[in-house]
Design a protein around this ligand. Structure first.
Ligand code: FNR
Length: 364
């Protein structure tokens, strides 16, 4: 059984103590020198908060509405692959914890529980009629029939938005994985969303094609194929953000894949003001990468994100205590967020404005 976990880093430590070091490295690691992995967290540490006082507001509200659906927390569970590596129930356990907290979970295309079963688990854990939205992440596939079949599976499961990850024309070089010889799921585990997409396909990781061939035309095609809101994950350049708006994309998940794709790209927080300016309020931006504290959430929202995502913390919490671990993690982050809001003199997320954030050493 686990001890008391006071911070996200306590979950990380506990997970590392329990996990096979190969899997612990898979989760924590990034591409090449992991410069971007550390940049993400460092960017949050570098910014300072400048609170307001005497603004009243005894009650705080951290609910957020995205694409017309309400979630109890502005903290999403970013898509992460292979939850069964760290817990026998895998994504079903994660989904129950997210649903109980009223948080949106983005199911990875590479989940080890099929998206339909993940959705069933979420519904079973939520108050009747209160299941929070479940979104589905996918990589565009060279065979459009496969992409469309995946979208069909997500729609059938009741997912209410699609997140298309566009930062992976090739797989990022995770050198820890190379050193550890981790290339494959262990026997008995597979990517359940990929099973039987084509005759005889068994859900092997290799079925996920990463390809540099895609263009905005493929986004247009997907846009025409589905009525679900489509978000792009991994747009970093402001010009691409403007193109996304022009191509009818409904939202951006500003992400550098937690530093797992191109190393040395900027921290997502550093890019946020530029991307907020580029989309000019036309579509919402969710940010992930390096969120470890309630104050990190406050900083991202103050600079214009509507919500944030967490990746590694969920894997650590799932490894630490399964469904209960993820519940505790979400509880902890909610408490930290509530505390940070109160100390900033804010009672609603809309009270978080850029003037609350300072770069040290600089007057604004
Ligand atoms: C990921 N990420 C990811 N992204 C994606 O689009 N599809 C995926 O299947 C995965 N899988 C995955 C596995 C693991 C173990 C990690 C750590 C990450 C990236 C993820 O969605 C997110 O962008 C980052 O994890 C966010 O950074 P933090 O919160 O981990 O710092």
């Amino acid at each position: 059984m686990s001890g008391v976990r006071f911070t996200v880093h306590d979950f990380e430590e506990a997970a590392r103590a329990r996990l096979d070091p190969v899997y612990a490295d898979f989760i924590a690691g990034g591409a090449r020198d992991e410069i971007t992995v550390w940049a993400n967290e460092a960017a949050f540490a570098r910014l300072r908060l400048l609170p307001r006082v005497l603004r009243g507001g005894a009650e705080r509200d951290v609910c957020v509405t995205l694409f017309g659906e309400r979630a109890s927390l502005p903290i999403l569970l970013s898509p992460t692959a292979f939850h069964k590596l760290v817990d026998p129930e895998g994504e079903a356990a994660t989904a129950r914890a997210a649903a109980a907290a009223g948080a949106i979970m983005i199911v990875s295309m590479a989940s080890t529980v099929a998206v339909g079963e993940v959705a069933d688990a979420a519904r079973a854990a939520a108050e009747p009629g209160q299941a929070p939205p479940l979104w589905f992440q996918l990589y565009l596939q060279p065979d459009p029939g496969i992409t469309e079949a995946l979208v069909g599976r997500a729609e059938e499961a009741g997912c209410t938005a699609l997140v298309v990850t566009v930062d992976s024309p090739v797989l990022g070089a995770g050198e820890r994985n190379r050193r550890n010889g981790f290339h494959d799921l262990p026997p008995g585990m597979r990517c359940e969303n990929l099973v039987d997409l084509r005759d005889g396909e068994r859900g092997h990781v290799r079925q996920i094609a990463m390809s540099p061939e895609f263009t905005w035309e493929h986004v247009d095609r997907l846009r025409r194929f589905t009525d679900l809101p489509v978000l792009l994950k991994g747009v970093l350049h402001p010009e691409d953000a403007r193109l996304a708006v022009r191509h009818g994309v409904d939202g951006l998940l500003l992400s550098n894949h937690g530093g797992r794709q191109l190393d040395t790209v900027p921290a997502t927080l550093e890019l946020l003001p530029e991307l907020v300016a580029a989309v000019a309020g036309r579509i919402p931006i969710v940010l992930d990468g390096g969120i470890r504290r309630g104050t990190d959430v406050v900083k991202a929202l103050a600079l214009g994100a509507v919500a944030v995502g967490i990746g590694r913390p969920v894997m650590w919490a799932l490894a630490e205590g399964g469904e209960k671990g993820v519940r505790r993690l979400l509880h902890l982050l909610r408490d930290e967020l509530d505390d940070a809001l109160a100390l900033c003199g804010a009672s609603r997320l809309a009270d978080l404005t850029p003037d609350l954030v300072r770069v040290p050493g600089w007057a604004s």
